[in-house]
Ligand binder design. Structure first.
Ligand SMILES: Nc1nc2c(ncn2[C@@H]2O[C@H](COP(=O)(O)OP(=O)(O)OP(=O)(O)O)[C@@H](O)[C@H]2O)c(=O)[nH]1
Ligand SMILES: [Mg+2]
Length: 195
C-alpha cells in the first residue's frame, strides 16, 4: 500500500454514535499531549499540515478521523494523562478514549501508543497502556522524537521501554527526521492486512 490520498473526515465527541456504524479498519495514535501524535500522522500520510500540530499542549480535544486511500481511518486520539490508575481515573478522565476504543472494538487494527523517547514512560503512560490492554486493544509502542537523542541514548530508552512493555513491538521514530518511519509504516500495512 502507498498512501495516495488522505483527508480529514470528522471530529468525534463522546457518544457520537455514528462511528459505530462504520466498518472501516482503523489505526489509532494515542499519547499524552505534545508527544508528537499529529506530527507523526502528517509524516505517515505525506501531508504537511493535515493534522494540526501545536507547541501548546492540549490542542486536540476530540478524536479526529482521517480517511486514507478512501479505505482506512487513521485516528488522532488525544489524552492528557491519568493522575493515578484506579476507579477515579476511569470515572473522571479519558472517557473519550475508553468509549471510543470500546465502541470501535474489532475495527481497530492497531493502537500506537506514543511515548516521548526523552521523557521515558511515566506512570501515567504505563497506566494507560494497561488500560488499553484491558480493553483488548492491539497496542504497539512508539518512542517519539528520537532525533533529540544520541544513538546511545536511543538504545537506553529502548531498553527501558522493553522492560516496561515487554513482548510489545517498539518503534523509535522521528517525524522531523524521518527515522524509522518506513518500519512503522510496514507495521501499519501488516496490521491492516495489506502489502
Ligand atoms: N524534535 C522533534 N520535535 C517534534 C517531533 N514531532 C513533533 N515534534 C514537536 O513537538 C510538538 C508537539 O507536536 P504535535 O505533533 O502537535 O504533538 P501532539 O501529540 O499531537 O500534541 P497534542 O495535539 O497537544 O496532543 C511540536 O512543537 C512539534 O514540532 C519530532 O520527531 N522531533
Ligand atoms: Mg495533536
Amino acid at each position: 500500500m502507498k498512501i495516495i490520498d488522505a483527508v480529514f473526515v470528522k471530529s468525534v465527541f463522546i457518544d457520537d454514535s455514528k462511528v459505530l456504524f462504520d466498518n472501516k479498519k482503523e489505526i489509532i495514535f494515542v499519547g499524552r499531549s505534545n508527544v508528537g501524535k499529529s506530527s507523526l500522522m502528517n509524516t505517515l500520510m505525506w501531508k504537511k499540515d493535515l493534522v494540526k500540530t501545536s507547541s501548546k499542549p492540549g490542542k486536540t480535544k476530540t478524536a479526529n478521523l482521517f480517511l486514507v486511500n478512501n479505505k482506512y481511518y487513521f485516528t488522532d486520539l488525544p489524552w492528557y494523562g491519568f493522575a493515578k490508575l484506579g476507579k477515579e481515573v476511569k470515572e473522571k478522565l479519558d472517557a473519550l478514549i475508553s468509549w471510543y476504543v470500546e465502541e470501535r472494538g474489532q475495527y481497530i487494527k492497531r493502537v500506537y501508543m506514543l511515548i516521548d523517547s526523552k521523557i521515558w514512560p511515566q506512570q501515567t503512560d504505563i497506566d494507560m497502556y494497561k488500560y488499553l490492554l484491558e480493553l483488548w486493544a492491539p497496542v504497539s509502542i512508539v518512542l517519539s522524537k528520537v532525533d533529540r537523542l544520541s544513538k546511545n541514548e536511543i538504545t537506553k530508552s529502548l531498553n527501558h521501554s522493553e522492560s516496561e512493555f515487554f513482548w510489545q513491538k517498539i518503534f523509535p521514530v522521528s517525524s522531523a527526521k524521518n527515522i524509522w518511519i518506513k518500519e512503522l509504516f510496514a507495521d501499519i500495512r501488516e496490521a491492516l492486512g495489506v502489502k
